[in-house]
Design a protein around this ligand. Structure first.
Ligand code: DC
Length: 215
């Protein structure tokens, strides 16, 4: 199986680029941030109390499933379709706190690897913050997707509900998250793809090029 690992900050275009690249390649698409968001949603909805839990205990209690089909994306937790709910600002505001817990990260590592190995796909585009470094350091293709802060903010502003502070939602979250895992500098062997000057289609093509060239 060909694993395409893509990391990057919020607003880099990671999710939409990864999904489009997966479609073109005939690969699966795995959004790893969705699991952190769904776990945060479960905490906020009082379906989970993760305080002091070990990774194995989280795995026992947390009910989670996600589609790997880039044409039909959905996320479910405790029998509820949370595809929309996990994008709410209330979740985005709390997710960094959940994502910094070492046992949560250990759980996520197992979960991500299991979701990928359990699929019978020819390849999977896996996107997140620590995919190129911690989750799949041996992936056939490893990319760090960035864009200037100005471009990231303007791309994200289009996605946010009116009245929500973009700086609060994006810059502050990236600052908090990057203290836990460094997704701003590519580690050895990871290709830096800067999309500041690229259109969406050009960025997708650059990813596809890297998949074909580096494999
Ligand atoms: O990509 P996203 O905005 O949906 O991610 C939500 C949060 O999850 C983000 O604030 C950081 C965390 N995350 C992480 O720590 N590691 C990952 N591989 C993916 C996401």
């Amino acid at each position: 199986m060909h694993i395409v690992a893509i990391d990057g900050p919020a607003g880099s275009g990671k999710s939409s680029v990864s999904k489009a690249a997966a479609k073109k390649l005939g690969f699966g698409y795995l959004d790893t941030g969705a699991a952190y968001r769904a776990l945060t949603w479960a905490v906020l909805e009082n379906k989970m109390d993760i305080n002091g839990l070990l990774a194995a205990e989280i795995a026992q209690k947390f009910e989670y499933s996600i589609s790997l089909d880039p044409e039909n994306y959905w996320v479910k937790s405790f029998g509820v379709d949370v595809t929309e709910a996990i994008r709410l600002p209330v979740v985005a505001e709390a997710v960094s706190q959940v994502a910094k817990d070492a046992e949560v990260r250990l759980y996520m590592k197992e979960l991500t690897r299991t979701l990928v190995s359990g699929s019978s796909l020819p390849g999977v585009v896996v996107e997140g913050r620590d995919i190129t470094t911690v989750i799949f350091p041996d992936a056939q293709t490893r990319i760090l997707l960035t864009a200037s802060e100005e471009v990231r903010l303007s791309r994200r502003s289009a996605e946010l509900p009116a009245g929500v502070s973009i700086t609060e939602m994006v810059t502050k979250r990236d600052q908090t998250d990057s203290k836990v895992v460094d997704f701003m500098t590519p580690s050895a062997g990871v290709t830096l793809l800067d999309s500041t000057e690229l259109s969406f289609d050009e960025t997708v093509d650059a990813v596809i090029h890297l998949v074909r060239d580096l494999s």
